[in-house]
Design a protein. Structure first.
Length: 181
């Protein structure tokens, strides 16, 4: 005899467990066999899932990066050479430029390029720029953005038509240059 508790009412129920050796045992129906097979498949699936879970976690805990790669600590990676001072050579400095963009009276876009090393002197001497009587906007383009792209020119034209001095940075060739390792 097997004793169990009814989950709904909490009453104790007595039922008899039938086995093949029991004289009151009757043939098990097909639905009971299917239920038992499904139950064993469910148990096997659960066992596989739990074992994969533990195997996956043990592999993650065991990961260590190679000695020449390093691992991130906050926002700064601990890689070899990351704390070494960087210097920009005069050759690569020429890749950084300031573009002065304006719209002429005829509606033509005029763009002048100045290298970053001499831009402060040359822009001050430029007759088309008036720092005293006009507002100035400096449009700093994004990482993979260039002053020749249509969206950058549209921003420059919009401000130029409103009477602003427009300065646009050009860093595309500098930032996409592949430096030796």
């Amino acid at each position: 005899m097997v004793e169990c508790i009814n989950n709904v009412s909490g009453e104790r129920l007595r039922s008899r467990l039938l086995t093949a050796g029991d004289p009151s045992y009757k043939d098990v129906s097909l639905s009971n066999l299917a239920f038992r097979k499904m139950e064993s498949v469910t148990q096997a699936t659960l066992l596989i899932a739990i074992s994969l879970l533990f195997l996956g976690q043990s592999r993650v805990r065991g990961f260590e990066p190679q000695s020449d790669i390093g691992y991130p600590a906050g926002l700064i990676p601990e890689c070899p050479g990351v704390t070494k001072n960087a210097s920009i050579t005069p050759v690569t400095m020429k890749m950084l430029q300031i573009i002065v963009q304006r719209v002429s009276d005829k509606g033509q876009v005029i763009r002048k390029q100045f290298p970053i090393l001499t831009a402060h002197r040359n822009i001050a001497k430029d007759k088309s720029i008036d720092f005293k009587n006009r507002k100035t906007v400096l449009y700093a383009v994004g990482f993979l953005d260039s002053s020749v792209f249509p969206q950058s020119q549209a921003v420059g034209n919009a401000y130029s038509k409103r009477g602003y001095n427009v300065l646009i940075t050009e860093t595309f060739s500098f930032l996409t240059y592949i430096y030796p390792k």
